[in-house]
Design a protein around this ligand. Structure first.
Ligand code: GLP
Length: 235
């Protein structure tokens, strides 16, 4: 696993944005795996700037997001659907027919997971996967566990994750306890992976990059990937 240390959010956005831009240029029909959270925000900002300058065209790109909260409709301001529209999609020329997130409001979440896996298969898997990381080492919403998750599944969020994510909610009691998340298998099958992390994640990044490969630290699986790069802010 390659570790790149950068000085600040701007540099993180530029480094990751450059890799995404190059990949999109080389492969206009690329499938991008996309994350949410605060860490990837500088990457989206950088990609928007590149789009505004005419350096990148997203019209043929397909996107597949990692996860969504169960129980939140796409219109909820804390849903990942809303985040993606606000943070990225509404600022660039992605084709809405090619942007995908699990439906957190689906009546049957298990059926939604199956549908999402079928979609991943139909798209031929992810070409370039962008990731953030949770304080407990989770990627997507794949929480520490006894085994690595395989495919998209309904996940119960740990207390720590619910607490960490409550900062975005007006009412902490309204933080969903369940989510739908793409599995570690499909993340690992991505041809290229970039994980971005702020300075506050340096301890867990160190454990994920240098520690044991264990489902207790889901991001440690990336040590087994051929082309995984971590971009970490270290001021
Ligand atoms: C959520 C998301 C993860 C993300 C994590 C960290 O739990 N499901 O994909 O990596 O938050 O978020 P942040 O970057 O805001 O710390």
């Amino acid at each position: 696993m390659k570790l790149i240390k950068v000085k600040n959010k701007k540099e993180l956005g530029e480094r990751a944005g450059a890799i995404v831009a190059e990949a999109v240029k080389a492969m206009p029909y690329i499938v991008l795996g996309l994350p949410t959270g605060s860490s990837p925000m500088p990457v989206y900002e950088d990609l928007i700037l590149r789009y505004q300058k005419g350096d990148i065209d997203f019209s043929r790109v397909s996107t597949i997001n990692l996860d969504e909260y169960i129980g939140l409709p796409a219109t909820h301001t804390q849903s990942y659907h809303y985040y993606m529209d606000e943070t990225f999609f509404s600022h660039v020329n992605t084709d809405p027919a090619r942007t995908h997130l699990p439906d957190g409001a689906a009546e049957d979440p298990e059926a939604e997971c199956k549908k999402y896996d079928e979609l991943i298969d139909k798209l031929g898997g992810v070409d370039l996967q962008l990731l953030g990381i949770g304080y407990n080492g989770h990627i997507g919403f794949n929480e520490p566990s006894d085994s690595f998750s395989k495919r998209t599944s309904v996940v119960r969020l740990t207390e720590d994750t619910v607490k960490a994510n409550s900062r975005f909610f007006d009412d902490a009691a309204g933080v969903p306890e369940y989510a739908i998340s793409m599995g570690i298998r499909d993340i690992m099958l991505a041809r290229k992976i970039i994980l971005v992390a702020g300075e506050e994640k340096k301890d867990i990044v160190d454990i994920a990059v240098n520690g044991d490969i264990t489902p207790r630290v889901p991001a440690s699986a990336l040590q087994l990937h051929r082309d995984a790069t971590v971009i970490l802010i270290q001021g």
